[in-house]
Each structure stands twice: as structure tokens, then as C-alpha cells.
Ligand binder design. Structure first.
Ligand SMILES: [Fe+2]
Ligand SMILES: [Fe+2]
Length: 203
């Protein structure tokens, strides 16, 4: 039986009148520093944030939109370290109390529909879901390669995806489901992560 203990049981997030409200970079990173003691988790969020920003840039979206995508990535797991049993709920409530743009909050709420019961709908929702597991997977692969990201190829990543013992905690099901929902092939997503992830600012 699936565990639904993290289900959010709601479908509206934030207040439409807060459209355009964002956290400053200082406030966002301050929140991470307060809430997240696990350095690896911070790296994960910064990598996903970078991929989100780069994708929005690749799509030609303006800076304010790129920044919203970045924030959704940066904060999506902020509550996982200290409140795993309230994962997603806690950060959503925090961002709602700070009157943050509902699109950012909704993207975070739908980053794992099997766990939170919220379907990814917008492009930002879908891309956060698509990058989340894949980013961690490619990072794990880079750590086992002496050359890291250098010379990494899509086929190498795909081979590891087939090896169920490698980074076993990464859900292959979520990776393919997310690629289908985003209507972007796994190959294109993997190539995008390979090409961009090494440049993420981890400070
Ligand atoms: Fe998560
Ligand atoms: Fe994540």
C-alpha cells in the first residue's frame, strides 16, 4: 500500500494577489541556512535551482521568471532535513506566511505527486518534478567518475539508470513519469543536466 502520510489534501496554494512576490536571494539562502544542516541536501537544492533557472533561460523567459524558477528549485526540499514527516507542508506554509508568489508555492507542492497528492500542471511544476530526481542521479554518477562531469555522456547515465543497484534510492519510475508529463525525452533532460549541472553555484 502506498504511504499517503505526506498528502497535502489541498489544491490551492498561496494567494493570487501575491503574484510576483519573491524572497530576496539573501532571505532565501538565510532560510536554507536556518532550516538545513545537511550540506548534501543543500547541494541538491542548489543544483536543482540552477537547472530550473537555466531551463527558464533556455526557453527565453525574462529574468524575473528565471528567478521564480530558481527559487522553486532552491526551496523545494527546505523542510526535509528537520521535518521529514511534514515534508512540503512546512515550507509551503512558510512561503504562504511570507506572501510569496503562488506559482512558486504550487511548483514546490507538486514536486512529488505520488507523495503529496498534487499534480504538476504548469511548466514550472513539471520541470521541477523532472529535474528533481534526475539531478541527484547525475550528481551521484559524477561522484563515481574520476573525471566528474567531464566527458559524461547520456548513454553512460542511461546505463546506470538500468542498473537498479546504482543510486537505488532514486526512483526510475518518477524519472520516466516526469519526462512523459513534461513531454521531453529522457535523453534531452539528461543531456541538459549533464551540460549545466557542473556550473551550479554551490555557495
Ligand atoms: Fe522532496
Ligand atoms: Fe529534491
Amino acid at each position: 500500500m502506498e504511504n499517503h502520510s505526506l498528502f497535502l489534501n489541498r489544491s490551492e496554494f498561496g494567494d493570487p494577489k501575491n503574484h510576483g512576490n519573491v524572497l530576496s536571494i539573501q532571505d532565501a539562502k538565510g532560510l536554507l541556512d536556518d532550516w538545513v544542516k545537511n550540506e548534501k541536501l543543500k547541494v541538491h537544492m542548489k543544483q536543482v535551482a540552477h537547472l530550473m533557472k537555466k531551463w527558464a533561460e533556455f526557453k527565453g523567459y525574462p529574468d524575473q521568471i528565471q528567478y521564480k524558477w530558481y527559487l522553486a528549485g532552491l526551496l523545494h526540499d527546505a523542510d526535509w532535513d528537520q521535518w521529514p514527516d511534514q515534508h512540503c507542508k512546512k515550507i509551503i506554509e512558510e512561503l504562504e506566511s511570507r506572501s510569496i508568489d503562488p506559482e512558486i508555492i504550487r511548483a514546490i507542492a507538486s514536486h512529488g505527486h505520488r507523495y503529496f497528492g498534487v499534480e504538476p500542471v504548469s511548466e514550472m511544476d513539471k520541470m521541477l518534478y523532472a529535474f528533481d530526481e534526475l539531478s541527484g542521479f547525475v550528481h551521484a554518477y559524477s561522484l563515481m567518475r574520476p573525471e566528474g562531469y567531464q566527458g559524461m555522456e547520456v548513454k553512460g547515465v542511461k546505463k546506470r539508470l538500468k542498473d537498479k543497484t546504482f543510486a537505488a534510492q532514486v526512483s526510475r519510475e518518477d524519472i520516466s513519469d516526469a519526462s512523459e508529463r513534461a513531454a521531453i525525452s529522457p535523453e534531452e533532460l539528461i543531456q541538459f543536466v549533464i551540460s549545466n549541472q557542473a556550473d551550479a553555484d554551490l555557495n
